[in-house]
Design a protein around this ligand. Sequence first.
Ligand code: NAD
Length: 297
Amino acid sequence: MSEQARVYGVPGLWKASSARVIDGRAIAAAERAAVAAGVEEFVAAHGRAPALATILIGEDPASAVYVAAKIRACAEVGIGSVHHHLPAGTPQAEVLALIDALNADPAVSGILCQLPVPDHLDGAGLTDRIDPAKDVDGLTVANAGRLALGLPGLRPCTPAGVMVLLARAGIDPAGRDAVVIGRSNLFGRPMARLLTAADATVTLCHRHTRDLAAACRRAEILIAAAGRPGLVGGDWIRPGATVIDVGINRVGGRLVGDVDFAAAARLAGAITPVPGGVGPMTIACLLGNTLEAAGAG
Ligand code: NAD
């Protein structure tokens, strides 16, 4: 079996595909290398490395894995990290006090509070306590507002990662019809705003969209982030479209996206796989945001 077929588990798939497969792993590696070079320059200029503070509350195993991966990725590019693991029962006021202390600490460039948090806590309230200049997830009201108004600011990592993927794949959104499926604050809304800022004509779809298939068939750039495996079939793809699959779903022990990859790849001009597409870009953009936050500090 070829390396690609082995990785994605579908022998013969790559022969059947006419689409160019956008290699998120390679693009993310190049972005991380660029951040590493930027970190070196920062250290030479300031005599210290940028640092990311991470806050993990409770024992959610997936969250622990995500935070560990982020800390490891920081170390690989020379960014320092300070980890705070708080017990599941920590009161809101105590977490807010920790965030206030990190906001005030000049050695901390960026702050990340891993979501979801335990039920008794208000995750949005915690996120919004982060100083917008240190908000490396780009999720504070201030940074969401800045994005909505087209002002500079730290951008949410996954949609920012999609913009980098498009740019590196040579796909300019200007003047194109783009469709985003999913309107979460974490991904869909900021994705639509970034595409609008890049001069695309954007349709933002969600679970109340009446004819999702028809909307998708118009898309020159189709971005799926519903968290529904196989939602987007091959007959929803406009020939030659760029298809970006953000979904991460575990089905029968395998990770799959929201797009039927094999069917979509027959019609698409370019497509991202799952895994190995958008996923690796999220952490690469987190590192980029931490370096940017350090420079602004
Ligand atoms: P969410 O559950 O907050 O939002 C899902 C959105 O999809 C909602 O707006 C909903 O209206 C819409 N939706 C759901 N079912 C739909 C349907 N049948 N038709 C049309 N719209 C529908 O999820 P989220 O946090 O935005 O994440 C979405 C997906 O992206 C998940 O699979 C998540 O794991 C993945 N994700 C991946 C990364 C990454 O790094 N690759 C990052 C964030 C999210």
